[in-house]
Design a protein around this ligand. Structure first.
Ligand SMILES: Nc1ncnc2c1ncn2[C@@H]1O[C@H](COP(=O)(O)OP(=O)(O)OP(=O)(O)O)[C@@H](O)[C@H]1O
Ligand SMILES: [Mg+2]
Length: 365
């Protein structure tokens, strides 16, 4: 990356809380593209929409934008939209005047005001109500807003960065998100790749997390063996970098690779199942893996055929298993009734594919 801003990027991110540039962006092609998109936006005060699965680093990139913005000395204010219920979110965002509602005993400035000359980071923006979306639109148009119960219009200068793990365009198409607001917040969209699409970066992130944990716990930790490292590179990581971080932290605490490999075995996630299948051959393990692989494919097929309706799929699967040999029908194909109500993350792990369940959860009936 060339130019003055590029120099600043590599200088500053080596300090502070952010991982150094080389770790933050890694060396994979997918992240090189992200870096190229981020670079020209650092000095520009325009809204950015960060999209990506959970744990892919959206918040980290938002912090990076703040750190390099002309208002980096100002506040970085984050609002996690789904964490604050309905009407409370409006008062959190825009504040209120004394007497605006029962219990408003004094005036309170909102996060929007607190973010003046800084960055306002709106996490999980798709969860914001339609009503509030129009107020946000006004803010983005001219920096104007009103506290709840207030008469006078107020003005702030703030850079707005939004994040979502849904496909916001699909939300617009489904009528759940305002199109005009979408165009305002998504002046530039940056799509963060899932970790399974940047496996080249895993060794660097692993070393970085070990080093940080080593400093924190003041303990010596051996680097991971090449076997475990390559095992990590084949894992599908539905929880992305956050999940990888947690696994490595457990390694630092237990100082035992077996703990990690057993954990990965319990949630078989290989993106190249067949390769892993032949790696450490034992009849028992191989049978279990073969069954798991067929099971995964079958469940996905049936779900797809049933338009992701889990109840209907359960019925179809029950009839399929009846026709299978007892070996295959036994533990692997048999889904207990309570498993059908598991979370999308659980389904993502079980079905083990590159599919963003959150993005499609409206189709999961
Ligand atoms: N490129 C990276 N290099 C090193 N660590 C990273 C990177 N990206 C994310 N992390 C770490 O992974 C964890 C999750 O990152 P972050 O909170 O930014 O993800 P997110 O996309 O906002 O997740 P969610 O959608 O669940 O809020 C954090 O602890 C962060 O420090
Ligand atoms: Mg986040």
């Amino acid at each position: 990356m060339a130019g003055a801003a590029a120099t600043r990027l590599s200088e500053v991110s080596a300090q502070g809380d952010l991982p150094p540039d080389a770790i933050l962006f890694g060396k994979s092609q997918a992240m090189r593209q992200v870096r190229e998109r981020v670079q020209p936006l650092l000095d520009a005060n325009i809204p950015v929409l960060l999209q990506g699965e959970s744990g892919t680093g959206k918040e980290l990139i938002a912090q990076l934008f703040h750190k390099y913005s002309p208002w980096s000395k100002g506040p970085f204010v984050k609002i996690n939209c789904p964490a604050i219920p309905g009407t409370l979110l409006e008062s959190e965002l825009f504040g209120y005047e004394k007497g605006a509602f029962t219990g408003a005993f004094g005036t309170k400035p909102g996060k929007v005001e607190l973010a003046h000359r800084g960055t306002l980071f709106l996490d999980e923006i798709s969860e914001m109500s339609f009503d509030l979306q129009s107020k946000l639109l006004q803010l983005l148009q001219d920096g104007q807003f009103c506290r709840i119960g207030g008469q006078e219009g107020r003005h702030v200068e703030v850079r707005v960065i939004c994040a979502t793990n849904k496909d916001l365009q699909a939300e617009v198409a489904a009528g759940r998100f305002r199109q005009d607001l979408y165009y305002r917040i998504a002046v530039v969209t940056i799509q963060l790749p899932p970790l399974r699409e940047r496996t080249d970066d895993i060794p660097g992130i692993v070393d970085f997390v070990i080093e940080r944990a080593r400093e924190k716990f003041k303990t010596e930790v051996k680097p991971l063996s090449p076997t475990l490292l390559s095992r990590l590179q084949r894992h599908a990581w539905p929880g992305n970098i956050r999940e990888l971080e947690n696994v490595i932290r457990r390694y630092v605490i237990f100082r035992n690779e077996r703990v990690i490999s057993e954990e990965l075995d319990r949630a078989p996630q290989s993106t190249e199942g067949e390769e892993e299948f032949f790696e450490d051959f034992s009849l028992k393990k191989a049978t279990r893996r073969a069954v798991a692989m067929v099971e995964r494919k079958l469940i996905l097929k049936v779900l797809e055929n049933n338009n992701w309706n889990r109840k209907r799929s359960a019925v179809s699967l029950a009839s399929v298993t009846e026709h299978c040999s007892t070996r295959f029908s036994r533990p692997a194909f048999h889904l207990r009734a309570n498993e059908w109500s598991r979370s999308p993350a659980w389904w993502a792990r079980r079905s083990h594919r590159k599919f963003n369940f959150r993005q499609h959860q409206h189709t999961l009936k």
